[in-house]
Ligand binder design. Structure first.
Ligand code: PHE
Ligand code: FE
Length: 287
């Protein structure tokens, strides 16, 4: 089978990763973490990103994320996936697996449904310190992996993977990917001390973390499945709309029913713009 790299979003660029690696990439797109390839500058980039981002978390990131972050291991160099997996597998039965970059929908969903989280193994250049177009190891690891230590969130991610395979067979991946975007990537959660971020796209971005949780600019709307899956998103700017949940249990329970009727309803509806506001939207108040 030829390994086809995937690029999500409208992009003319070829994907950045090497999807061949001398035959080291398996048909499921996983590969060994190429640890020997990291330079001293790569470790330094990881360490600086980690320091900056972890200092920002109090008051902005959800409690579960802050509690689990130390489980990634030392911040002074790029972690070894095997090392993280010793702790992660014991905590929730999840593992991280290395991939060369973004992968197509079906292999992505299949890995998640098997409690394997694909992590890009290369890191951005120093010139891309503040912003990188496609996910690198810092986004994938720092942004996504801490919450995989949380049992409820971990179960949700597996259910999402299984749901993705179903959506694929129903040609509903676009609708489902909007839910992914507005929850797993850019979700906000209402906690005892106020609004906090749990989405990986927010938590791995120093600019968007402050914007998402504190700025008066964006809309913050209580999550409604149909509403969220109708809403387009922008991949190249801060979000104009965030959707808010009350707990990971709520997210898990809300997404547990069969989505088949939802997809049918959505196929008859026009999508909404990223900044749409409807009369029935319930707004979440800023802290
Ligand atoms: N319950 C959804 C379905 O039947 C799958 C799903 C689970 C989607 C969790 C998102 C998150 O299609
Ligand atoms: Fe991501």
């Amino acid at each position: 089978m030829a390994i086809e790299p995937a690029v999500y979003g409208a992009s003319e660029r070829p994907p950045r990763g090497d999807y061949v690696r001398g035959g080291q990439v398996a048909p499921d797109y996983t590969c060994p973490q190429n640890y020997a390839a990291y330079t001293a500058a790569d470790h330094e980039t990881y360490s600086r990103l980690y320091q900056r981002q972890s200092a920002l978390l109090p008051g902005l990131a959800c409690d579960e994320f802050i509690a689990a972050l130390p489980s990634l291991g030392s911040s002074s160099q790029i972690p070894r996936f095997d090392d993280i997996n010793e702790r992660l597998y014991k905590a929730t039965g999840w593992e991280v697996v290395a991939v060369p970059g973004l992968i197509p929908e079906v292999p992505f969903f299949t890995l998640l449904a098997n409690r394997k989280f694909p992590v890009t193994d290369w890191i951005r250049t120093p010139e891309e310190f503040d912003y990188i177009v496609e996910p690198d190891i810092f986004h994938d690891l720092f942004g996504h992996v801490p919450l995989l230590f949380n049992p409820v969130f971990a179960d949700h991610m597996q259910a999402y993977g299984a749901g993705g395979l179903k959506a694929h067979s129903l040609s509903a991946c676009e609708q489902l990917s909007r839910l992914y975007w507005y929850t797993i990537e850019f979700g906000l959660i209402r906690q005892a001390n106020g609004l906090r971020a749990y989405g990986a796209g927010i938590l791995s971005s120093s600019g968007e973390l402050v914007h998402a949780v504190r700025s008066p600019e964006p809309q913050r709307i209580m999550l409604d499945l149909l509403r969220t899956m109708r809403t387009r998103y922008k991949i190249d700017s801060y979000q104009q709309t965030y959707f808010v949940i009350d707990s990971f249990h709520q997210l898990f329970d809300m997404t547990a029913p069969d989505f088949t009727p939802l997809y049918a309803a959505l196929s008859a509806m026009q999508p909404l713009a990223a900044d749409a506001l409807l009369p029935e939207d319930k707004l979440a108040l800023l802290n």
